[in-house]
Design a binder for this molecule. Sequence first.
Ligand SMILES: CC(C)(COP(=O)(O)OP(=O)(O)OC[C@H]1O[C@@H](n2cnc3c(N)ncnc32)[C@H](O)[C@@H]1OP(=O)(O)O)[C@@H](O)C(=O)NCCC(=O)NCCS
Length: 244
Amino acid sequence: MNIYNLNNNEIDLSTKNIYVLLLNFSMLNYQDYMTYLSDDEIQRVDNINNKIKKNQFVISRAIVKKLLSKYLSKIPNQIEFSYNKHGKPFVPEKYNNHSLEFNISHSDIYGLIAITLDNKIGVDIQRVNHDINIDSLSERFFSEDEKEQLMKFDKNKRADVFHNCWVKKESFIKAIGSGVAYGLDNFSVSLEENHRNYVLDLKNKKWYCYKLIEFENYKTALTMETKSNIFLSYKENYISNILH
Ligand SMILES: CC(C)(COP(=O)(O)OP(=O)(O)OC[C@H]1O[C@@H](n2cnc3c(N)ncnc32)[C@H](O)[C@@H]1OP(=O)(O)O)[C@@H](O)C(=O)NCCC(=O)NCCS
């Protein structure tokens, strides 16, 4: 498994490659992208009450749908996702979907989209929040092993370590699709800061968890069922290149 830079806009989906796009919503206006959404999504936008969250939802959906539209031979606003019982959106089989898989995450002005074929994937991005109470959150959501690992770090490092752990855990529960219902304290990831990848061995099934990039104050991670190459893009101009 390798992580490559995605240097041009060519996304050529295959089972061997996972494409991950980093999005910056700060310069964009969701109203410009509403035409990509289906009716049910447009209704959802009405219930979102701030512009950052509207940007997160509309723009990441617009990009995913534009990418999928090529493979589904449908215009983006005709693609209506189905949802599993924990809310994970997916491409319904009725579209003859070629096993298209995607996952979305957003935090403040940044978002991540991962897309591939025939592989269960989950992504997570999180802005480090220094105001949270790390002790009580780790007590509540981390496994015993993770709590022990966390305590070994100096206090001034714990916020970073905590958030790196958090995105790994979230990417896993998003890959399997159960979200927090899985129980975040039911499994452990490595908190070693230089462990770029980590295999989660759960009930004799392996999942591959990768720390992606750390930038500004953000942490990111990706979990996949089958080991694949990762192509990562964090070009500012990506959104306009894809959508226009
Ligand atoms: C999924 C979950 C982990 C997301 O956590 P988060 O850090 O707040 O949000 P993120 O920005 O990382 O991810 C949100 C995106 O994940 C996707 N998503 C939603 N539910 C998901 C799930 N169960 N598994 C994987 N991905 C999911 C969606 O694309 C969503 O973005 P969008 O609605 O704008 O398209 C969390 O909300 C959760 O566990 N939800 C499940 C709740 C549930 O069981 N609900 C049942 C009734 S629907």
